[in-house]
Ligand binder design. Structure first.
Ligand code: NAD
Length: 257
């Protein structure tokens, strides 16, 4: 369990769900993890991510950060660099849903989804790449970014217009960063989850959406956070040395069917 030994990793939205699983796995693989979230409360219940990681004998610290606010994002990167001297991995995971089709999407809701899901990754990538370009190559890269997108960034997101558009933008952003900074040893990839059961309640597990997801997923089960975390680990590690600008589906075959 040493694939990220000596690496410093920020995972946004890591208090809950998929981000929490990524933070735990990265810490178990030897990374010093910074959990960046608006809250330490765990959507699906349980003890805060940093405490859980400490219980597992690994290292993580919490930084309160609204990922849509530029000043807080700059502060987040600075906190990591001040504490640990560099930033090797940024996982852009935090996101929200609008939960409405086009005609019911009002401007404030559109703006908030775009601020969190698209402007946030832009702000963090900009601050992170700026820092990474100042660092020496560590292993095979100056730094790696893993964006958490969605299969709904490639096909329509039912009744979730702004969310789908934001995820499509993030897939594009992944390629653009990889293309623009690859020569300088910056690696930027994405992982695109299909339907993942995180333990959260509400719209995500309404019977009609579960039935829809099961019908769309060729695998005999829906996904779990660790399925996505393992793919994120691959992209954040030197196992993915020559992978850049890729959007890796972890969807049980949804997009193949
Ligand atoms: N669960 C799925 O089925 C699924 C499918 C496809 C893609 N995804 C993507 O995976 C990622 C994680 O999804 P999840 O289901 O684990 O989400 P979740 O709602 O369980 O957790 C999201 C986390 O992000 C945090 N967050 C929200 N807004 C924030 C902000 N402004 N600043 C900082 N933190 C903020 C929340 O506090 C929470 O801890 C998201 O990018 C989501 O779009 C999830």
């Amino acid at each position: 369990m040493t694939r990220l030994r000596g690496k410093v990793a920020i995972v946004t939205g890591a208090s809950s769900g998929i981000g929490r699983a990524i933070a735990r796995l990265f810490a178990a693989e030897g990374a010093q993890v910074i959990v960046a979230d608006v809250t330490e409360d765990v959507v699906e219940g349980g003890e805060p991510t940093c405490r859980l990681i400490a219980d597992e004998g690994n290292f993580a610290t919490f930084v309160a950060c609204d990922v849509a606010v530029a000043a807080q994002v700059e502060q987040l990167i600075e906190t990591a660099v001040t504490a640990y001297g560099r930033l090797d991995i940024l996982v852009n995971n935090a996101a929200i849903h609008g939960g409405k089709p086009l005609l019911e999407t009002d401007e404030p809701s559109w703006n908030r989804v775009m601020d969190v899901n698209l402007k946030g990754p832009f702000l963090r990538a900009r601050a992170a790449v700026r820092q990474m370009l100042r660092q020496e190559v560590n292993g095979d890269a100056r730094g790696r970014i893993v964006n958490v997108t969605s299969q709904h960034g490639m096909i329509s997101a039912p009744e979730d217009f702004a969310y789908g558009v934001s995820k499509a933008g993030l897939v594009y952003m992944t390629r653009q960063i990889a293309a623009d900074y690859g020569r300088q040893h910056i690696v930027c990839n994405a992982v695109a989850p299909g339907k993942i059961l995180t333990g959260k309640t509400g719209r995500a597990v309404e019977p009609r959406w579960l039935a829809y997801s099961e019908a769309r997923t060729p695998a005999p089960r829906l996904g779990t956070p660790i399925d996505v975390a393992r793919a994120a680990l691959f992209l954040a590690s030197e196992d993915a040395s020559f992978v850049n600008g890729h959007n890796l589906l972890v969807d049980g075959g949804w997009m193949a069917a």
